[in-house]
Design a protein around this ligand. Structure first.
Ligand code: MCA
Ligand code: AMP
Length: 510
């Protein structure tokens, strides 16, 4: 390993504890992995990739159930110097077809049960290598990797080289691949290690999916860069998560996870006494959840804010000397991150005023994959990235997010883009037009409700619309309710007034 290697994996590997036989990961089905296991398995998978003689910058697209081996596959991709492309396990064929067609991965790894349809899409798109990986250590990826040596020299990468592509949608159109570099990810991980006070002996409860920023980067990098053990949960279960707290110090979750744990009588001060840090993000944490958590456990959840394009941007303080954790805010810009609030005219606004949030820093992505025009649109002439979030900075410097200029619903921490769902509904026979709006929901924070108008002479059944969507789209994108109405509220320009629809349906799940 060269000292000047800026490969993110080199930094993570350097943080492994000296005793490689100590425990790195324990799973909720009682498997135990040592640091040596992580080192050897990532070497074998990296050597398998090397044997395929993939071109530089090849994308490795992965849609597999959560497992420690799936994490090893991510780390092996970094180690081998390729570009990791994680895909939500809920995505169905139309979604996967788009991602694979757009990213043109050299390797696709899927669940054994999906091999039939995923491999067909991949081979048609020109991918030569399709492997399988089950959540029970089965599949061709591990079988093939087992034939390769367990030593591997970490590929040399520069800070500016791509490490991952995360698909995310902006204001309009199809999903865009946010290109994140080794430098974006490592700089952010180092800042968080310091800011959140990671210390020797910390143990992380890993309960999030590993195909988005929160579970894949913030949680995994945090633990690995600190040489910390992870308690690995394949699925979030509030009872198991609370029970694990007696052996852990750090928990990270989207607000829904906190809401669900609060319904458990076992969540008490005693159960959480050894916990040092509770982090929440990916969606707004309601003040009532923040307060209820503090009443029950005596601990203030630390809320932070980030994006796929930027990793983490702001955080409430960890250290009390930097200030208190304020519910309803996302804290201060992280060290090295520039954050400003800008008005409609493009000028920076004074403290207290509401406007668009723009950011700058070593964490900000390199651009959208093969979309230079879209990339240019999302940056200002002086190099600030327009987040699409609307917020304010108070006189003490705390940032609050008060809304979004992008039409986006965040449901249980997953993003749902109304334009995408509306497009599918509008194509259905008999549909004239549709609108999807987000309304408050006690469990998921916000959920989608579809409002549809029929073409003259057609009759539409809401249940049939929902059933047709279910056949095509990831389950979390399916509207929780659908209404067929005679007309949609419009402004004088004829544009649908979604705010009025949101208001009409706001108490649907109250
Ligand atoms: C599941 N369902 C949902 C959601 N999840 N509906 C709306 N929104 C959701 N998020 C529905 C399914 O469609 C299904 O409905 C039913 O709930 C049960 O599905 P199941 O998979 O069993 O649900 P679950 O296991 O209870 O999952 C809920 C969950 C999960 C644990 C909250 O959604 C989750 O892990 N969310 C975390 C997402 C995350 O990691 N986000 C980070 C993004 P039916 O039965 O009708 O089919 S990173 C990010 O945003 C940025 C960068 C950041 O700042 O971190
Ligand atoms: P993604 O496209 O998955 O990267 O989601 C990023 C978006 O999640 C941001 O632009 C915000 O709108 C939202 N987000 C992340 N963290 C928070 C938070 N703590 N509070 C409110 N919104 C958040």
């Amino acid at each position: 390993m060269k000292n000047d290697n800026q490969n993110l994996f080199a930094a993570l590997r350097a943080a492994f504890p000296a005793d490689l036989d100590s425990i790195a990961v324990e799973t909720d089905d009682e498997l135990v992995y040592s640091w040596r296991d992580l080192d050897r398995a990532t070497a074998m998978i990296a050597n398998l990739f090397a044997s395929l003689e993939l071109p530089e910058g090849s994308r490795i697209a992965v849609q597999v159930e959560k497992s420690v081996e799936a994490m090893m596959l991510y780390l092996a991709t970094l180690r081998a110097g390729y570009v990791f492309l994680p895909l939500n396990t809920a995505y169905q064929s139309a979604e996967i077809e788009y991602f694979i067609g757009n990213a043109e991965p050299a390797v696709v790894v899927c669940s054994p049960r999906n091999f039939g349809w995923v491999s067909k899409i991949a081979f048609q798109a020109g991918t030569r290598n399709v492997f399988t990986l089950g959540d029970d250590r089965t599949g061709s990826l591990l079988e093939r990797a087992a034939q390769h040596p367990d030593r591997h020299e970490i590929a040399v990468r520069r800070s500016d080289d791509l490490a991952a592509i995360l698909y995310t949608s902006g204001t309009t159109g199809r999903s865009k691949g946010a290109m994140l570099t080794h430098g974006n990810l490592l700089s952010n991980a180092q800042v968080l290690k310091d800011y959140w006070g990671w210390t020797p002996g910390d143990v992380l409860i890993h309960a999030l999916p590993i195909f988005h920023v929160h579970g894949l980067f913030v949680a995994i990098h945090g633990a690995l860069l600190n040489g910390s053990r992870m308690i690995w949960m394949a699925r979030f279960d509030p009872k198991k998560a609370i029970a694990a707290m007696s052996r852990a110090t750090v928990f990270m979750g989207v607000p829904t996870l906190y809401v669900r744990m609060l319904t458990e009588p076992t969540l008490t001060r005693t159960a959480t006494i050894g916990m040092r840090l509770f982090v929440a993000g990916s969606a707004p944490l309601l003040l009532e959840t923040f307060n209820e958590w503090r009443d029950r456990t005596g601990q203030a959840i630390l809320e932070r804010y980030g994006m796929s394009e930027t990793v983490m941007l702001t955080s409430n303080p960890y250290d009390p000397k930097d200030g208190e954790r304020r519910g309803g805010t996302v804290g201060f810009p992280l060290p090295g991150v520039g954050l400003r609030i800008v008005g409609d005219a493009g000028r920076e606004l004074p403290r207290g005023e509401i406007g668009g949030i723009q950011v700058k820093g070593p964490n900000v992505f390199k651009g959208y994959w093969r979309m230079p025009e879209k990339t240019a649109e999302e940056f200002t002439a002086d190099g600030w990235f327009k987040t699409g979030d609307v917020g304010r900075i108070d006189e003490r410097g705390y940032v609050s997010i008060v809304g979004r200029s992008k039409d986006l619903i965040i449901s249980g921490g997953y993003n749902v883009y109304p334009a995408e769902i509306e497009g599918f509904i509008n194509e259905m026979p008999g549909v004239a037009e549709s609108a999807l709006v987000g309304v408050p929901h006690p469990d998921f924070g916000e959920v989608g409700v579809a409002v549809v108008i029929a073409k003259p002479g057609s009759t539409l059944e809401p249940e049939a619309i929902v059933a047709a969507l279910k056949a095509r789209l990831a389950n979390f994108k399916i509207p929780k309710r659908c209404f067929v109405v005679d007309e949609l509220p419009r402004n004088t320009m004829g544009k649908v007034q979604k705010n009025l629809l949101r208001d009409r349906y706001k108490d649907l799940f109250a």
